[in-house]
Design a binder for this molecule. Structure first.
Ligand code: HAM
Length: 456
């Protein structure tokens, strides 16, 4: 019997790999524009880290962690999210002492949660996210939301809904928890076994319950907004005012509490419904955390961050046909040696052209020319380099444009130069039209600096 992949995991290959790379590259590039730098924490952490930070009352810690004892009998966990690991990394490496604050980091990689697999829900999936640690002004919250919003816009996701709420400061949350406990105590006999536990561990978690009958009860529960201290209210209003001034649309959702225990003050989620009507849940989420760094042994500094679910973003972009067509790898050249005696020349040409920065594959089988063309088409090659025995005798090859079917005979000695000319001609796209003083044709990505001159 053949072995299949683990339930809830998925293989990414061929065109989907191009889609993942495209999404991750846009996210990385824009995060770098916002002055975040890359961090690569390990996948394995001590289980205690997540218990202490994500919280014992969260579903992630209670039910979803991939935890095991290693050969040294240490309890280890495959990270179910990045934020706790980043906090540990900052504290362990004393970055709050060594670096200018705030520390701004982005990350990308797999995370693991033992959830029930369904549309947009996996047991191994990828997150891209950022954390900004060590700045107490709520403007940091807005900066991070603005980064996430810019990324989604750049990917073409125009109709994103940003749901936002505040969990207030510690005093607000303590008062709210007391009110929730009193309210749910009256209904708990009719609620699910999980909620019975949540009432003891953290009644805020009941607000996240997905059981429909419990959700009906939750609808009448006290609202966080009624328990905020004046300082927490003011802070939240400041965040909303800043978002407004930046033209970032939002919806205040006072039922939004998030499923991880480390949050305080601002929390938010990004939602997007594809035009096919598929609902993948939140495509990203995040929030502010006042005590996380302290909880893992560091100084008392706050942080804020978000994580996107990369699979969910790839799915909505695919559903709405938003991937640019040129992201799919195509070959620049397919080299076609005709007969065994042409192979040595073919290998040498293929390698030389590769060294010039073009992608080149070569037919390794001694097959007919027609079948080589079929292979080139399947590989989406732009040009064929045909090397026949007659041509070798004359030190020539045939260069064929597989789109226009135009072909020309080129001296082997000048092939690389011809190729460069060909690509420069095709790729130089200048928008300066007749005014342009460079050698290119027309288009819009020329490096001739006409723009700079015009602007000055
Ligand atoms: P989270 O809401 O648990 O937050 O996850 C962030 C995103 O990961 C979700 O919005 C969703 O897009 C994606 N996601 C979650 N579970 C799955 C799943 N089973 N399959 C596919 N995608 C999933 C966090 O992880 C926080 N660390 C975010 C954060 C960063 N808060 C502050 N900084």
């Amino acid at each position: 019997m053949s072995i299949v992949g683990v339930k809830g995991t998925h293989d990414v290959f061929n065109s989907e790999s191009c889609e993942f790379s495209f999404v991750e590259n846009v996210m990385k590039r824009i995060s770098e524009f916002f002055a975040f730098t890359e961090v690569r924490p390990p996948v394995l952490e001590h289980s205690e880290l997540f218990v202490r930070s994500v919280g014992e009352s969260s579903d992630v810690v209670r039910k979803e962690m991939y935890t095991f004892n290693d050969k040294g009998d240490r309890s280890l966990t495959l990270r179910p999210e990045f934020t706790a690991g980043i906090a540990r990394l900052i504290v362990q490496n004393k970055l709050t002492n060594l670096q200018e604050l705030p520390i701004k980091m982005y990350y990308c990689g797999p995370v693991f949660r033992y959830e029930r697999p369904q549309l947009g829900r996996y047991r191994q999936f990828n997150q891209f996210g950022v954390e900004c640690v060590g700045h107490s002004n709520p403007i940091a919250d807005v900066d991070v939301i603005s980064l996430a919003y810019t990324i989604l816009q750049s990917l073409g996701l125009e109709n994103v809904t940003i749901k936002i709420n505040t969990l207030g400061d510690e005093e607000s949350r303590n008062n709210y928890k007391i009110a929730l406990k009193e309210f749910f105590a009256k209904h708990i006999d009719n609620m699910c076994p999980d909620c019975k536990q949540r009432l003891e561990l953290n009644p805020l978690r009941i607000l996240d319950c997905k059981v429909p009958e419990d959700q009906e009860i939750v609808k009448n529960a006290p609202k966080m907004s009624d328990y905020l201290t004046p300082a927490a209210k003011e802070k939240f209003q400041y965040v909303l005012d800043l978002l407004e001034s930046m033209g970032i649309p939002y919806e205040v959702d006072d039922t939004l509490v998030r499923g991880l225990d480390y949050y305080s003050d601002t929390v938010f989620e990004f939602h997007y419904k594809s035009s096919k009507g598929n609902n993948y849940g939140a495509i990203g989420a995040g929030g502010h955390y006042d005590k996380l760094i302290k909880e893992v042994g560091g100084p008392d500094v706050p942080g804020v961050g978000f994580s996107f679910g990369v699979e969910r973003i790839v799915s909505v972009l695919k559903d709405d046909d938003l991937f640019p067509k040129d992201i799919y790898n195509g070959l620049d050249f397919y080299v076609m040696p005709m007969g065994a005696s042409s192979q040595a020349t073919a290998v040498a040409i293929a390698n030389a052209v590769r060294m010039d920065g073009y992608s080149v594959d070569m037919c390794l089988d001694d097959v007919k020319l027609g079948s080589m063309f079929k292979r080139a088409e399947k590989k989406n090659a732009k040009f064929a380099i045909i090397i026949g025995e007659n041509e070798i005798a004359n030190s020539k090859v045939i260069l064929k444009n597989l789109k226009t079917q135009e072909q020309l005979e080129v001296d082997i000695g000048s092939l690389r130069e011809t190729i460069d000319d060909l690509f420069n001609e095709n790729e130089c796209e200048c928008c300066c039209g007749d005014d342009c003083d460079c050698d290119c044709e027309d288009g819009h990505e020329c490096h001739c600096h006409c723009h700079d001159k015009k602007e000055n």
